[in-house]
Design a protein around this ligand. Structure first.
Ligand code: ADP
Ligand code: MG
Length: 503
């Protein structure tokens, strides 16, 4: 009940490691996962006399993210030195941006409807993005491998990062979850980061305060760190909101402080109390010229952006007639959306018209069941799946033509994972999965089944309707291949009706 009288206010600061070959200011590899201290170089170690040279690919990645989130782009922005001492920062300052971020004043949209409601009218909520700036990462201090020493790995020193700061527009832990999910989806979609929170390429600090509902000013906030999964961000916020409400109800003031989330204990711990803002002695970096982004370059980058997930999702609904839920699932990941569309256009080449919406739905069903299940259970990606989009289209076509039953299609799909040489049709044929759909071949078998079972036929004619299933089973058994069960049922019913009349 208390929660109904208070409203949480949340703003997120997200750091995201950019996927570039080289570091931000030196040609050394920015690769993840190499043995410690194998990607070090004089520039990122801050040796005297070295000079940084800006990696243009990192700027382009930052601009892509800015454009994808409707930001304005600074025509001129500067790098600044942010001074602090830490063993994993050998230069003694981090090269970052201060009052001129590359991108600013944008937004992204999150789903604001209730959980699992993927109806067409799902309301969307805009979350403001204050700024996105470019900076370098620090190295890594490792405290848990030696009892007496802190170990240092400088591989990460100088790896490009973007920092993305949201407006305090989020109003619940769930919204924070959705916002982060969206950020991760976008960086992956743009191919600028792997967005992996567990490996630290996506990191999030959450700022949170509570205020009585109806109040317009903000309360004192705390900052939560050490959140290494999207789920943990949500849980930590739930815990912290509750803690702040309880404190307020007791008449205690919320202190501005930085808290660490302890995922094992499911609680926060104080890291430091912020009396005043840190003084980093920011100053423009004299070694780096301003980043100048001409208007034409911004337009070129904007035009080269892929169709973004929201737009694609809307198009899947409006032009392909897919339900909102399907459109959502299929556009979660760009490679999956591409897979789906390739399979669909390959199918269209076969069908050459007809009910394209039904065809789209059929492909969507296959992708959301067999394909997604296989991707989840194996190491395949949409790009490496042995059932390529073109081969999936062969299978969907067989199904649409009723050449295979739905369970038969599933079997063919499994076989196609092993057999990458043959077409879906050949595999279905060789494994007796082609459904026999011509009456001509079913009729004589049905006739002989009835002739061979005169007692059952007379019981059936006396009213034991259940025997129809027995006859169907007999026909299926006697036929080589798999006759369409519905057709077998129809043929048998007709023949039994005829016998009833002549009896
Ligand atoms: P700092 O420089 O101390 O990190 P910022 O101005 O960069 O502070 O804000 C950090 C984040 O905190 C932003 O995402 C912002 O939206 C959020 N924020 C600011 N004030 C509040 C508040 N009172 N409650 C919750 N979040 C806040
Ligand atoms: Mg900040």
């Amino acid at each position: 009940m208390l929660h109904e009288t208070y409203e949480p206010v949340i703003g997120l600061e997200v750091h995201c490691q950019l996927q570039t070959e080289a570091k931000l200011f030196s040609p050394e590899a920015a690769a993840y996962g190499a043995p410690p201290n194998t990607h070090v170089d004089p520039v990122s170690l801050g040796h005297p006399g070295t000079l940084p040279v800006l990696n243009e690919a990192a700027v382009a990645h930052t601009l892509r993210m800015g454009l994808a989130t409707h930001c304005e782009i600074a025509e001129q922005s500067f790098f600044a030195r942010k001074h602090y001492f830490y063993p994993d920062l050998p230069k003694g300052y981090q090269t970052s941006q201060f009052d001129t971020p590359l991108c600013f004043g944008g937004y992204l949209e999150i789903d604001a409807g209730p959980e699992d409601d993927a109806s067409e009218e799902t309301p969307r909520k805009r979350i403001g993005i204050t700024r996105i700036h470019l900076e370098e990462d620090a190295g890594k201090s490792i405290h848990d491998q030696s009892a007496s020493h802190t170990l240092l790995d400088y591989n990460r020193c100088g790896v490009p990062l973007i920092e993305m700061v949201s407006e305090p527009d989020l109003r619940s832990p769930r919204e924070a979850y959705r916002y982060l999910h969206k950020v991760r989806q976008l960086v992956r979609w743009l191919g600028i980061s792997d967005g992996n929170m567990e490996e630290g390429s996506l990191r999030c600090d959450a700022n949170v305060s509570v205020r009585p509902k109806g109040q317009t000013g903000f309360g004192t906030r705390t900052e939560l760190k050490n959140l290494n999964s999207i789920r943990n961000v949500e849980r930590a916020l739930e815990y912290e909101i509750n803690r702040q409400i309880v404190a307020r109800e007791r008449g205690e003031a919320v202190q501005q402080q930085t808290l660490l989330w302890d995922a094992d204990a499911q609680r926060t711990r104080t890291m430091r109390t912020k009396e005043a803002a840190h003084d980093y002695r920011y100053m423009p970096d004299p070694d780096l010229p301003p980043i100048v982004v001409p208007r034409e370059r911004i337009e070129t980058l904007r035009e080269a952006l892929p169709e973004m997930p929201d737009a694609r999702r809307t198009r899947f609904m409006s032009s392909l007639g897919l339900p909102a839920y399907d459109a959502e699932v299929l556009t979660e990941e760009r490679a999956l959306a591409d897979y789906f569309e390739e399979a669909l256009s390959s199918l269209f080449k076969r069908t050459k018209g007809g009910d394209t919406k039904a065809q789209a739905k059929e492909v969507a069903n296959f992708v959301m069941s067999d394909v997604l299940r296989t991707l989840n259970e194996t190491d395949y990606t949409p790009e490496t799946l042995p059932v390529t989009p073109r081969r999936l289209a062969q299978l969907v076509y067989l199904r649409l033509e009723d050449k295979v039953s739905s369970s038969g299609a599933q079997e063919v799909f499994e076989l196609m994972l092993e057999n990458t040489d043959d077409s879906a049709g050949k595999i279905a044929d060789e494994n007796n999965l082609i459904q026999i759909s011509d009456r001509g071949s079913i009729e004589p078998v049905a006739e002989s089944v009835l002739d061979d079972n005169p007692d059952n036929v007379s019981s059936y004619l006396d009213g034991k309707d259940g025997l129809l299933g027995f006859f169907i089973g007999q026909v299926m058994q006697r036929m080589d291949g798999s006759p369409n069960p519905q057709l077998v049922r129809d043929v048998l019913s007709e023949k039994l009706d005829a016998r009833a009349e002549s009896a």
